[in-house]
Design a protein around this ligand. Structure first.
Ligand code: ADP
Ligand code: MG
Length: 210
């Protein structure tokens, strides 16, 4: 069991983790966070419930420049339910920081209000590939300042047929970025996706859930 305060995390994140009752890191967090905080690309494989959200959520909050009001991180999830969960967890983790704006963009919800929210801006976008691609095509979404991309549950996104959509989205991102890929399984198509999208990734596998 490793305490979070062994990491070079910003103090407001550490004190909020304390408030949330997150005393020690889960195994995937302990394995992944040091590399994530160093800005490395990471492929992490671990079961559901192992704390993957904080493994990338703390990484993106740590590197966020709150005073620079533009989209700096993009998190792609397979479904609206998962995107809502991830956005909720990032908001909880961000409580110690002031005015971090997290916006969800998912299908099955009206388009207009999302476009309006985008006009007001955000630091972090969490959403499903189809809807994010729609907003990109309509010119509602500017991703030129994104320096961190997260593919959460990447195996499920590929199972759902999002491969071409993921490629289309990534084409709109700066090449100089950090990319983190999380997956419960590691089939061949994940290997080829990561070969296309990640650079010299560190590969981390955690077998047990806790
Ligand atoms: P995964 O994405 O791997 O399925 P989650 O990120 O959703 O897992 O985390 C599962 C649960 O564990 C969540 O309720 C989360 O708040 C909690 N959790 C995550 N990390 C910690 C930690 N270090 N200490 C205590 N609880 C944690
Ligand atoms: Mg998860």
């Amino acid at each position: 069991m490793t305490a979070f305060d062994t990491l070079p995390l910003r103090p407001e994140l550490l004190s909020n983790l304390n408030t949330l009752g997150y005393t020690s890191m889960t195994p995937i967090q302990a394995e992944a966070l040091p590399s994530v905080l160093q800005g490395k690309d990471v492929i992490a494989q671990a079961k559901t419930g192992s704390g993957k959200t904080a493994a990338f959520g703390l990484g993106l909050l740590h590197r966020l420049e709150v005073e620079r009001f533009c989209i700096q991180s993009l998190v792609l999830c397979p479904t609206r339910e998962l995107a809502d969960q991830v956005a909720g967890e990032i908001r909880r983790l961000a409580r110690g920081m002031h005015n971090v704006k997290v916006l969800t963009l998912c299908g099955g919800q009206p388009f207009g209000p999302q476009a309006q929210s985008l006009e007001h801006g955000a630091h972090i976008i969490v959403g499903t590939p189809g809807r994010i691609d729609d907003h990109l095509r309509k010119g509602n979404l500017q991703l030129a300042q994104v320096n961190l991309l997260v593919l959460d549950e990447a195996d499920r996104m590929l199972d759902m047929g999002f491969q071409d959509t993921l490629d289309a989205i990534v084409e709109q991102l700066p090449k100089a970025r950090q990319t983190l890929l999380f997956s419960a399984t590691f089939p061949e198509k994940i290997a080829s996706l990561s070969a296309r999208l990640l650079r010299e990734p560190e590969r981390i596998t955690v077998e047990s859930a806790h």
